[in-house]
Design a binder for this molecule. Structure first.
Ligand code: TRP
Length: 435
């Protein structure tokens, strides 16, 4: 018998755990601030509704309908040829996890350094030292070991239990820091910087593609992570309701994270530093800023900074961990099905292979940047494009799983048939141009 999530909320929290990660805590806020504040929010919400949720429903319906991991699920509904799309999902997940865990390693290290009170005096040069080479390798391997242990323990005892504990902690911490931020002197200017309504900045094609890409990335779409989790979902669960819950929670945490980050930065007069980096660099540059600007803020805050910093990086690390286990599960489920390995063996061997490949981005940050541009942007979007074309035009059977009213179902099908593939191909085109 195939395992299932034991409860509805267990599945919901695991899927939210996959969606909520580094993308919510940082990428979303700086995109919003840079690209038109409240105007960007409107655009982002529209793209989540018209692109994100339709693809989310497609992944949920294929996964739950087949009750199998990505490669077998695609074969189940589309035959041998379409199982190649499942292979793309597995490869993408493999590559993403190998560098995602390096970044997660930095995060965990910062959490530790905040806790023991050794945040650096010069965050920029500190980041340079720890982000590459032996220190990065050690924390990367440690993080992978934890992820492997969780996934090896199974869906219920590993993934579900971890998410049930960690997601509420993450949520409370983000809420708490956002509340604390609102009491600081610079809070108002932080909010203004974050949410100032600016249509002129928002109504540009590059902003549109960035918003669509982020809506897509933030929901963990395009690589079969949600599909794989859904394959462990009981048949009687409503996937439409789950899709809504996941999307709302993911957006909620992203929005709150912005309310948390900007008051901290503005209260300490560090705004000039981020304004220089926001939006002008690639993801790695902005991720670097996360590890430089905020530690600087925490350092300046004295003893409250010690607590806030520790909690902040704890929340970030938990978000990264619950995302990482969902990526690993794609590989593990596939190895269990295709090679008939036990879960433990599949977790251990995929973990070791991913860790080894991750040595390259751990040693050279340029490699991390290239892997992110390829797997973390392009492959995801191509995967999502192919999946929506598949579900929209080819796989009528998997659509039956979606518990929408006939009218909404028609709207959904036409969304994934035409507008979603168009938007995703524009995003793919842009990310190729930016390679
Ligand atoms: N959604 C995650 C975040 O916001 C990142 C991510 C993208 C992801 N694709 C994924 C996580 C696939 C797990 C699986 O940080």
């Amino acid at each position: 018998m195939r395992e299932t999530f034991s409860s509805s909320s267990g599945f919901a929290l695991a899927a939210i755990g996959s969606a909520v990660g580094l993308g919510n805590m940082w990428r979303f806020s700086y995109l919003t601030a840079e690209y038109g504040g409240a105007a960007f929010l409107v655009l982002y919400i529209a793209l989540t509704v018209f692109v994100g949720i339709p693809v989310l429903l497609a992944e949920l319906s294929v996964g739950r309908g087949a009750g199998k991991g990505p490669i077998d699920a695609m074969k189940h509904f589309g035959g041998k040829r379409w199982s190649l799309l499942g292979v793309l999902f597995v490869v993408t997940g493999f590559l993403i996890l190998s560098y995602y865990s390096v970044i997660a390693g930095w995060t965990a290290r910062y959490g530790w350094e905040s806790l023991v009170g050794s945040l650096p005096d010069n965050p920029a040069s500190h980041f340079e030292q720890i982000s590459q080479g032996i220190p990065a390798v050690i924390w990367h391997l440690g993080f992978m070991a934890i992820a492997v242990t969780i996934v090896a323990s199974g869906i219920r005892k590993g993934i579900e239990r971890t998410s049930l504990i960690m997601m509420p902690i993450l949520f409370i911490v983000v809420l708490g820091i956002a509340f604390y931020g609102s009491t600081l002197d610079g809070a108002a200017s932080g909010y203004r910087y974050y949410l100032d309504l600016n249509w002129k900045a928002a109504l540009r094609i590059e902003v549109f593609t960035a918003a669509a890409g982020q809506a897509f990335f933030s929901l963990s779409l395009g690589m079969g992570a949600i599909l794989t989790y859904a394959s462990y979902l009981k048949k009687e669960e409503s996937i439409t309701r789950h899709a809504l819950v996941i999307a709302v929670a993911d957006f909620g945490v992203a929005f709150l994270a912005g309310l948390m980050v900007f008051p901290l930065i503005f209260a300490l007069g560090l705004s000039t530093q981020i304004i220089g980096t926001v939006g002008t660099e690639n993801d790695v540059g902005s991720i670097g800023a996360l590890f430089i600007t905020l530690p600087e803020a925490f350092k300046t805050m004295g003893s409250s900074g010690y607590w806030i910093g520790t909690l902040f990086f704890l929340a970030l690390s938990l978000g990264a961990l619950t995302s990482a286990i969902s990526i690993l599960e794609v590989n593990v489920t596939s190895a269990m099905e295709l090679l008939s390995w036990s879960r433990k063996k599949a977790a251990l061997l995929s973990g070791v292979l991913i860790s080894l490949v991750g040595l390259a981005p751990a040693c050279r940050i340029e490699i991390l940047g290239i892997m992110d541009a390829l797997a973390g942007n392009l492959f995801l979007v191509v995967g999502g494009f192919a999946l929506s074309v598949f579900v929209g035009w080819k796989s009528i059977e998997s659509i039956r799983n979606v518990d929408l009213s006939p009218r909404l179902r028609m709207i959904w099908i036409w969304l994934i048939r035409v507008p979603v593939p168009i938007v995703l191909s524009v995003v793919a085109f842009y990310s190729v141009m930016n390679l």
